[in-house]
Design a protein around this ligand. Structure first.
Ligand code: BGC
Length: 366
């Protein structure tokens, strides 16, 4: 059964007005990292997307932005994608401007649940529907949540580390993601659910990295490593950036490649580390699939239709079940780095540069 979203009746008028002004919608931005587009045709609304930053992971600009542009272009819908550069106030301002410019649907990757919920509340009061992209806004009001199954991401990381360590006695350090990111909580929970079951493993350090800041991650890991007297056998790092930070410290200690480190995002650097053996695994989450799912949900909202969901996700803070589209992540080890390339997640020419050319050849990647 299809349900019409009555709150969309108001913005459709705004969207119609925005369409007449089509083509000049990037004039409100002073940053070079915005983009907008329209292929005319079927467009009946305008979709705004606000990405979180450029520092916590390269994924947002290198994978998500182009995948979102491709998905919206293919759907023939007008869009405006901007990046809040790690600043919640800036995200709020961008949202205000987008709402003022007549977006019909606003998708955000929140920087923290509080600012995200405020943005969504304001959007709703202006008749603009919202979607949580990748990160759930606790206490928010998004119509949909589009992401991967983030608990499974953590389970894959935990299992990946266990596979690399085997069943020997091992001291483990956790380098978790930002405490303001609900995903980081889910990643850690998923990893613990696997590793805590293995009696031979002992957690000798665990800390969350504020804002997923890679430099701070190196400092934090150094401290945990020193506190553990260097007796660290495995590192559960929540993404490739944090993993890279841990690897840099392990390199200094002559331990890189001997101590398995996990990651996430299948970034160029992460895949290179996996090929080189300094990183045990990463998790691939296809940006094409996630952006495609966002485009589908947004277009359903624009048309006043219901999007196809895979289930609901509990927002414990808001006490509601959020209709969700959750995709399946994939574990990547040395054996299947080629899968990411074959799927278009990265280009062989970017991964197989310099000293990695031989490793790529060995792994059958060309
Ligand atoms: C995303 C990860 C990303 C991290 C840092 C998380 O919410 O799911 O893919 O690495 O944020 O940006």
């Amino acid at each position: 059964m299809k349900r019409k979203h009555s709150l969309l009746l108001v913005p459709l008028l705004g969207a119609a007005m925005a369409l007449t002004a089509c083509g000049d919608d990037s004039s409100d931005s002073d940053s070079g990292s915005d983009s907008s587009g329209s292929s005319g045709g079927e467009a009946t609304g305008k979709i705004g997307v606000i990405l979180p930053d450029t520092e916590s992971s390269v994924r947002w600009e290198s994978a998500d932005r182009p995948a979102l542009e491709a998905a919206f272009d293919e759907a023939g819908v007008e869009y405006d994608i901007q990046n809040a550069e790690g600043d919640a106030e800036r995200m709020t301002q961008i949202a205000d401007t987008m709402i003022g410019n007549g977006v019909t649907v606003l998708a955000i990757v929140n920087l923290d649940s509080e600012s995200g919920a405020a943005i969504q509340e304001k959007a709703a009061s202006q008749g603009v529907a919202t979607i949580d992209y990748d990160r759930l806004t606790l206490g928010g009001s998004a119509e949909y949540y589009v992401s991967f199954d983030n608990t499974v991401v953590g389970e894959l990381q935990g299992q990946g580390l266990a596979d690399c360590l085997g069943d020997k006695k091992a001291n483990i350090v956790y380098l978790n993601g930002s405490p303001t990111d609900n995903n980081a909580t889910l990643f850690a929970e998923g990893a613990h659910s696997v590793l805590d079951e293995i009696d031979n493993y002992t957690v000798v350090g665990e800390q969350a990295v504020p804002d997923w800041d890679n430099e701070e991650a190196a400092t934090i890991f150094q401290q945990l490593y020193t506190a553990a007297d260097g007796k660290v056998d495995g590192v559960l790092a929540a993404n490739d950036g944090l993993g890279g930070a841990a690897i840099s410290i392990l390199e200094g200690a002559g331990q890189a490649g001997k101590v398995p480190v996990t990651g996430q995002d299948a970034t160029v650097e992460g895949l290179q580390n996996v090929l080189a053996g300094t990183q045990c695994m990463t998790v691939y989450k296809s940006a094409t699939k996630e952006a495609g799912a966002l485009a589908d949900a947004a277009i359903a909202l624009v048309n006043g239709d219901e999007a196809e969901t895979t289930g609901t996700t509990e927002d414990s803070e808001g006490g509601r079940e959020v209709p969700s589209i959750l995709l399946e992540p994939q574990a990547i080890t040395k054996d299947n780095v080629g899968d990411v390339i074959d799927d278009g997640g990265q280009k062989a020419e970017d991964v197989c540069t310099g000293k990695f050319a031989d490793l790529c050849a060995e792994a059958g990647i060309s």
